[in-house]
Design a binder for this molecule. Structure first.
Ligand code: ATP
Ligand code: MG
Length: 270
């Protein structure tokens, strides 16, 4: 899932996780977790993240592949990685080795002026990655996380200077990566629709063609129905039968164990 800082990647991933049997890996959340826990990676990352710089590619690859290795046979979304051409190539090589190529590249395209406004209003519950916005997605009690009752904080990189740097990094390093995927992707709409198969014949590792889709409504609420319709075309993505009590249980950044406890529903046939 690609998009400028504040484009709504986290919000949309969270909605997907709530509805479908998949997990999300957010490198921003993972790094904030490392920083909170004071790990070696966290100590190295803290200052770079706060000023809106980019963590070296080799460290990021390690952070991500550690997570992905625990997610074989799972559908997953990456939010925040890859972000540079080199990361894209490293990821491709890693996925090729495991015969699990990317199937979908989503580009959430929101105008700069919209996200600038959004960021200044954003508060987070750091341990879970839950995001609030004081204009359109307020917590029930000001300054308090709805689910845990813990205090909300400002991200240290949600200040105008760091934000400008993050936005510039998006244009300079992530746009070339999107062009790289654009070249790999088969743009024909028909390729999205796979031949219906009996559930037992659906092989998880079946190679798919890469698809690149841009969602360009200004808000996550408007983008959500399009995204929902899009992912329903993937036969291996199943809706959850039991809606999760606590969606953040499935968020990889906050620990995977609980997510495995849930059973999945029937495959989508639409
Ligand atoms: P948002 O969460 O609003 O979409 P964002 O995409 O700028 O904003 P995160 O994805 O949360 O932010 O990442 C926060 C910071 O973590 C980045 O600014 C960067 O310093 C670091 N970071 C995250 N992912 C990567 C990556 N793939 N490569 C290098 N640095 C990264
Ligand atoms: Mg994010």
């Amino acid at each position: 899932m690609f998009g400028k800082p504040g484009a709504g990647k986290g919000t949309l991933s969270r909605r997907l996780v709530e509805k479908y049997d998949l997990v999300t890996v957010s490198t921003g959340d993972l790094l904030r977790q490392h920083i909170n826990e004071g790990t070696d990676i966290g100590r190295e990352a803290e200052e770079i993240v706060a000023r809106g710089g980019l963590i070296p590619d080799d460290i990021m690859l390690k952070v991500v592949t550690n997570k992905l290795n625990g997610l074989r046979n799972k559908n997953w979304i990456l939010d925040g990685f890859p972000r540079t051409l080199i990361q894209g190539e490293l990821l491709n090589a890693h996925l090729k080795k495991h015969n699990t190529p990317l199937t979908l590249v989503l580009n959430i395209d929101v105008p700069d002026n919209v996200i600038l406004h959004r960021i200044s209003d954003r508060w987070i519950h750091s341990p879970s990655g839950r995001v609030y916005n004081m204009s359109y997605n307020r917590p029930k009690v000001a300054g308090i996380d709805d689910q845990t009752g813990e205090p909300l904080t400002k991200r240290p990189d949600d200040n105008p200077k760091s934000f400008a740097r993050r936005l510039r990094a998006f244009y300079e390093t992530t746009i070339p990566l999107l062009n790289y995927y654009h070249k790999q992707a088969d743009g024909k709409q028909g390729d999205l629709f796979h031949t219906p198969q009996h559930p037992h014949q659906v092989s998880f590792h079946r190679p798919h063609k890469l698809k690149l889709v841009t969602l360009n409504s200004g808000s996550s609420d408007e983008n959500w129905p399009h995204l929902d319709e899009l992912v329903r075309q993937y036969p291996s993505l199943r809706e959850r039968l039991d809606k999760m009590n606590n969606v953040s249980d499935a968020i990889v950044a906050s620990g995977m164990a609980a997510a495995n406890a849930y059973r999945v529903g029937q495959p989508q046939t639409t």
